[in-house]
Design a protein around this ligand. Sequence first.
Ligand SMILES: Cc1ncc(COP(=O)(O)O)c(C=O)c1O
Length: 446
Amino acid sequence: MRDRAERLLERELHSFAATHPKSRALSERARSSLLGGVPMHWMLRWAGGFPVFAEKAWDARFRDVDGLEYVDLCLGDTGAMTGHSPESVVQVVAEQAARGITLMLPSEDALWVGEELTRRFGLARWQFALTATDANRFAIRLARLVTGRPKVLVFNWCYHGTVDETFATLRDGRVVERAGNLGPPVPLDETTRVVEWNDVDALERELAEGDVACVLTEPALTNVGIVLPQPGFHAALRELTRRAGTLLVIDETHTLCAGPGGYTAAYGLEPDVVTVGKAIGGGIPSAAYGFTEGVADRIDRAIVTDDSDVGGVGGTLAANVLSLAAMRATLSDVLTEAAFAHMIAMAERFEAGVAAVIEEHDLPWHVTRLGCRAEYLFRREPPRNGSEAAGGIDHLLDRLIHLYALNRGVLLTPFHNMALMSPATTEADVDRHTEVFAAAAAELAA
Ligand SMILES: Cc1ncc(COP(=O)(O)O)c(C=O)c1O
């Protein structure tokens, strides 16, 4: 299969270059003004060798500068899980932008959003940031503050944004930095403990060291493929963190896909802290982090208000009125209960379509779904932890499937085979992907 995959990739690369002359010309021009010829360095990793330049995005689709139209299953890697530019958010944002964008003063929207997040996630007190990365960074700092402990515990192959402490992995049982970690401030074993997802014994052992301020985790791993918790894992995680006096921080940035209150509400978790970003502002930079009443009281007691502007938590533009208006519009009008019912149904259709193709060709692959997010991995069995999932990554097949889909008008999330459904995603969009995936599988299996 590998020879065939290489030949197909060669063919798809030629086809991509031939059909995207304007994107290619812009990429070439960009080399003189942008580092690497791209505005964000990882855009170099798009499958075609240069990125597609978008001209316009709406609902779950976009058109590029060459006039080609795509079904968007990437949706800005969750930033646009609302669908692109939902009308109600656009209107509210336009109105708010005309009345002020950032003031360092609160707006009434902040109260509405705080109250709504409490209703959805159950946490009592909220703060705001502009990115999920920042929400996680601030949650970690505050966890250190109230526990007086130095370390963070994360699960192997996690991703929580560009948070220094989280770029750690296990090598022969030792904590080391992940490959590609750029300019780390200190060796990772000074800041971080790492255990495999679903490994209760290792979790118990590491927490028993007594130096862990918080466990930071997604409720299911979503950034190395989807790795679901085994039955009883969350109960053990909660019980062990409580016993160790370690705060449990649940990052719902991606797992918001499980429902209006994320995985936390859908599965009755009881975190001390929740962080969430990306989609909650409909694409306008927005994030939130919330605490139980008990943790909020501890933070209140520990912060010296006179020094809080230089305390390492916050940001001049954080909680700006535009961001809060966007969050209010998104939560009230777009990411509603009814919207999730549709999004989840679309993901079920996606999962069933992909599973049928895998079965038809007896491919050693599988598909997993969590709420309105689905993902296929090139290994037969669902992984039990991040290492197994990482072992199932196949860069050649990843690149081929991405490019094959792109050349046929379907955008998948880069770096893995993730598809996300928005309120605007249709059955026809999902079926387009299934057709393309079936054609790729047939060529590979021929
Ligand atoms: C679970 C999770 N948390 C946090 C982040 C960071 O989000 P951002 O890059 O918007 O700060 C990501 C990004 O992919 C994520 O997947």
